[in-house]
Design a protein around this ligand. Structure first.
Ligand code: C5P
Length: 229
């Protein structure tokens, strides 16, 4: 049987990643972080000196690489480069500001998005789990528009910058805020951060702590499951 899908979209620092992960764990579901694939793809292209702005070249990378991500426990992301045999653990390197600053160069390509979306659906279908929380930018609208639970998680840019700063030791608030605002602007073509699509539940975490945000997700899932025939 197909896992129950919980689709969660939102911008950087909305709490989306950490909240989705904790909520999934509490429900015994897996968690698929789709941003990790875009990040790993940017890393792989840089590693192989592939032009991130060339759609054909990035698609060729997708044809030649292998990508693996764990859906439960500690997140592990592994990449094998085209023609290579070594599986690189890129879990940490894909979180660096260098990669964050480059990733929208690969995520802007339409064909890249189509291919990755197919890969995401395959990963979920093969998971063997009762449910999977899948989080990203276009999950509620493009990847899984038919998911029984769809959530848009937001928070003000100020709050998001403060949270991100906590994850980046030594970071300066103004710089983090500027980086977030710049990435929002690039990603805005893909997702509307403020207005949920019809049928999508908006969760604004600006005034919620971590535990309250997790509970808001679990409540939304339980409401939807209760509403199922
Ligand atoms: O969620 P995270 O910040 O890790 O995403 C990194 C980048 O990957 C985003 O800035 C965006 O460019 C891209 N992305 C995307 N679609 C998704 C998830 C991430 O375009 N579903």
């Amino acid at each position: 049987t197909e896992p129950i899908l919980v689709a969660i979209d939102g911008p950087a620092g909305s709490g989306k990643s950490s909240v989705s992960r904790a909520a999934a764990e509490q429900m015994g579901f897996g968690i698929l972080d789709t941003g990790a694939a875009y990040r790993a793809l940017a890393w792989a292209c840089r590693e192989d000196a592939v032009d991130l702005d060339s759609e054909d070249a990035v698609v060729a990378m997708l044809d030649g690489w292998t990508y693996a991500i764990t859906l439960q426990g500690e997140q592990r992301v592994q990449v094998t480069l085209p023609g290579g045999t070594e599986a690189f653990d890129v879990s940490a390197v894909i979180r660096t500001p260098e990669i964050s600053g480059q990733v929208s160069r690969v995520s802007k390509h339409a064909e890249v998005r189509v291919r990755l979306n197919t890969m995401f659906r395959e990963i979920v279908a093969a998971s063997g789990l009762p449910g999977v929380v899948i989080e990203g930018r276009d999950i509620t609208t493009v990847v899984a528009p038919d998911a029984p639970v769809r959530i848009l998680m937001t928070a003000s840019p100020e709050v998001r910058a403060t949270r991100r700063q906590g994850e980046l030791p030594g970071a300066i608030h103004e710089q983090v805020l500027a980086d977030i605002t710049a990435r929002d602007a690039k990603d805005a073509a893909v997702v509307d951060f403020l207005n949920p699509a019809p049928g999508v539940t908006l969760i604004d975490t600006s005034d919620m702590n971590f535990g309250q945000s997790i509970q808001a997700v679990i409540d939304t899932v339980e409401e939807a499951r209760g509403a199922r025939p």
